[in-house]
Design a binder for this molecule. Structure first.
Ligand SMILES: *Cc1c(COP(=O)(O)O)cnc(C)c1O
Length: 348
């Protein structure tokens, strides 16, 4: 990777070890249950999340949608944060394809939702109302700056859900970033939920794929949903092989991305005109904005960083930006990116 691409962790390329594993992967028709590499990856994912079973799907979006379809029927209601990925960025799939009614609760800046508000959102049994059926959590929370949602909060949601007979799903696209930041196994988070999805294709560097994990019964429902959605794949072992490398080699090193995020954030904080809350930088995502007095349009900053310094940066709308750290952004590249920011913002 010869540019410094901070737009997302999804831009990360597969590692050399992944390309080698892909070349050598044993495969079969996974729709017929014949692909040993997919089966191995699914078993590893189930073990890592402390669940009975797992299913390999093409994307995090499909993992969350399959989870919703497995937990809910048409006319059921899903409680989720107004800043959650499922509500904001998944094309309304739960409503479009599932007939599921999304009921949003305000996300706090730390990625949580107020538990009293959540409880008040749960519907009594009455023909006027959709049936409350499931709660979706997100950890780390993307729009809330990559915030780590603490296990104790998740336990609180779980006990509330149990009292009302609701299922809890965790959108853990960056589950392992949360676990590494907390210094705990992922199971300390996932034991508070019925189902969990996580992405292989973000900080874990795989080319494609997510896993959806839960009880054997839930996963067999999710497999049916995957087929319905067109996501059942044939010799998917070539993709799963990269996933196995990710689970074996790429989790513990996420701490390096977190350290690099901190370096970048501290460097940005020293540049006049950059507004950033360092307390909110907890994992591999760095959110910041251009002060209103800086005589530069956000698009200009993005364009000049790209053209003059080979740095690619993502816009968050208005004067806000998100930079994502990943395997291909080494500490040296963080320094190079900061040189670019300083030059463009006139602080060199
Ligand atoms: C990226 C992401 C997803 C969806 O993953 P895709 O593979 O891009 O479909 C879901 N939830 C969160 C929090 C994400 O960041």
């Amino acid at each position: 990777m010869n540019n410094i691409d901070l737009r997302s962790d999804t831009v990360s390329w597969p590692t050399p070890a992944m390309r080698e594993a892909i070349a050598k992967a044993e495969v079969g028709d996974d729709v017929w249950g014949d692909d040993p590499t997919v089966q191995r990856l699914e078993a590893m994912a189930a073990e890592r999340t402390g669940k009975e079973a797992a299913v390999f799907v093409p994307s995090g979006t499909m993992a969350n949608l399959a989870a919703a379809l497995a937990h809910c029927q048409r006319g059921d209601e899903l409680i989720l944060g107004h800043l959650s990925h499922t509500f904001r960025y998944e094309a309304g799939g739960v409503a479009v394809l599932g007939g599921i009614h999304p009921h949003t609760i305000t996300n706090q800046p730390d990625g949580t939702m107020n538990l009293d508000e959540m409880e008040a959102a749960i519907r009594p049994d009455n023909p006027h109302f959709p049936r409350s059926r499931a709660i979706f959590l997100e950890n780390t929370h993307n729009i809330c700056g990559g915030a780590v949602v603490p296990p104790v909060y998740m336990a609180g949601v779980r006990s509330l859900a149990e009292r009302h007979g609701l299922a809890v799903h965790l959108d853990g696209a960056r589950l392992f970033n949360a676990a590494v930041a907390l210094g705990c196994p992922a199971t300390d988070l996932t034991r508070h939920v019925d189902s969990v999805s996580f992405c292989l294709s973000k900080g874990l560097c795989c080319p494609v794929g997510s896993l959806l994990c839960g009880t054997a019964d839930f996963v067999s429902q999710a497999r049916r949903a995957r087929k319905l959605l067109g996501g059942a794949m044939r010799q998917a072992g070539v993709l799963a092989a990269a996933g196995i490398v990710a689970l074996e080699q790429m989790i513990d090193r996420l701490a390096e991305d977190h350290a690099n995020a901190r370096r970048l954030a501290e460097g940005l904080a020293d540049i006049p005109g950059v507004e950033i809350n360092l307390d909110r930088v907890q994992t591999n995502l760095v959110f910041f904005s251009l002060a209103p007095w800086v005589p530069m349009e956000p698009a200009q900053l993005i364009e000049r960083l790209d053209r003059e310094h080979n740095v690619k940066l993502g816009s968050r709308g208005g004067r806000a930006f998100r930079a994502c750290l990943h395997y291909w952004i080494t500490p040296e590249r963080v320094e190079m990116a900061l040189v670019g920011f300083r030059a463009v913002l006139g602080a060199a």
